[in-house]
Design a binder for this molecule. Structure first.
Ligand code: EPU
Length: 350
């Protein structure tokens, strides 16, 4: 366990925003986390900021609460049942490298989630998803430490309360809709159930086109390569251009609301859901309001995907959290004025 004071957070968030942590503790094992609970009981009671890859985070100032950087590594095959490989990884493992490694071992299932920035421990928090697969589709269980008591506990998928970019880890205990664990649970290990009877998930239009071009069933590695290529074409690499992935959630509306929105613009991209609601493409709504390429200070809207806000100033002259949030609010207001919808921010704002 390593304790540091006044730590620059710029290298620890993919937006590249400058801020400092008053105190940062690096934990690399379950016993480190338990030592932290015993040694800093006060700080652990007061909603510490748990950092994985810092890829879903907007810092609006220095962080006064304790910051815990999770460096727990390790990956292994836990069990091999008739139907699944159950694979476990430490929360601090790099997500994309983990996905790549599972494929190398011959355990498919995570290929559609290739290249998502961040760590394994962060993946259940927002139930990461891309190209037709969500983490919950491959999730087995996880271990976490209760920061109030130091106790280790295990949760299955139902107990994690997964939703679209949502889980119990995104809600506080006071949130009436959920048994919230935000600020309380520190995820240490995640287990995945990878199907032995694998079939490719290629319903996303660009993947379906690739399958047609190929003319036969793709391998898991083939799907992985396609997903990497699609992401490279559409989404900025945080190592080159700071960002936090999609900045807004795709909103869900009722069929009546959707009819109203179509009346405002018949070209609106929308996907009917099995429960009768309709999901709208937030990127399209923002794009339609003319935001691509617009800036506030050094914060900007990515010109190839309007759902992504970027740091145009690089490491030397980065956007501030204030600029990012001013831009985000201006986008929310303009989408609201044009379509009557308030977009929900996806990353955690601290
Ligand atoms: N669109 C535009 N203009 C834009 C952006 C999008 O017209 O500037 C249109 C596209 O042409 C398309 C539709 O909007 O018809 C949807 O766009 P896309 O397929 O790129 O997906 P998305 O809904 O914008 C979501 C996820 C991404 C994920 C992709 C692929 C959310 C918030 N975002 O984006 O996840 O990679 O689908 O599955 O659900 C992330 O969460 O950080 C993320 C990148």
């Amino acid at each position: 366990m390593l304790v540091e004071n006044s730590v620059p957070l710029q290298p620890l968030n993919t937006f590249g925003i400058q801020a400092r942590a008053q105190q940062l503790v690096r934990v690399s094992s379950v016993s480190d986390v338990q030592r932290l609970c015993r040694g800093w009981p006060e700080a652990c009671q007061h909603w510490p900021l748990v950092l994985g890859g810092g890829s879903n985070l907007v810092l609006t100032g220095d962080v006064k609460t304790l910051v815990v950087k999770v460096d727990i590594v390790g990956r292994r095959l836990l069990t091999d049942t008739a139907s699944h490989w159950v694979v476990e990884a430490g929360a601090g493992e790099h997500w994309h490298n983990f996905v790549d490694w599972t494929l190398e071992q011959g355990w498919p299932g995570l290929e559609n989630l290739a290249m998502i920035p961040g760590t394994v421990g962060a993946s259940p928090v927002q139930n990461i998803g891309a190209y037709g697969v969500e983490l919950q589709d491959r999730f087995h269980s996880l271990d976490a430490v209760d920061l109030h008591t130091g106790d280790v506990f295990t949760l299955n998928a139902a107990q994690c309360g997964f939703g679209y970019r949502d889980s119990v880890f995104r809600h506080g205990a006071a949130d009436s809709r959920h048994l919230g664990l935000a600020g309380r649970a520190l995820i240490t290990h995640v287990r995945f159930a990878l199907p032995k009877r694998w079939s490719p998930e290629t319903s996303y239009l660009e993947l379906a086109r690739k399958v047609q071009e190929l003319g036969s069933a793709p391998s898991p590695r083939q799907v992985f390569d396609w997903v990497c290529a699609i992401r490279r074409a559409k989404l900025p690499d945080p190592a080159v251009l700071g960002n936090a992935g999609s900045f807004f959630k795709n909103p869900t509306v009722s069929a009546e609301q959707c009819t109203d929105i179509i009346a405002r613009d018949p070209k609106v991209v929308h996907y009917p859901m099995p429960d009768g609601t309709v999901k709208l493409a937030a990127g399209w709504l923002i794009d339609a309001c003319g935001w691509k390429g617009k800036t506030v200070g050094n914060a900007g809207v990515y010109d190839k995907q309007a759902l992504v806000l970027i740091n145009k100033g690089g490491a030397a002259n980065p956007a501030t959290g204030g600029e990012v949030m001013t831009l985000a609010k201006a986008i929310q207001t303009s989408v609201y004025e044009r379509f009557g919808l308030w977009l929900e921010i996806e990353p955690v704002v601290v």
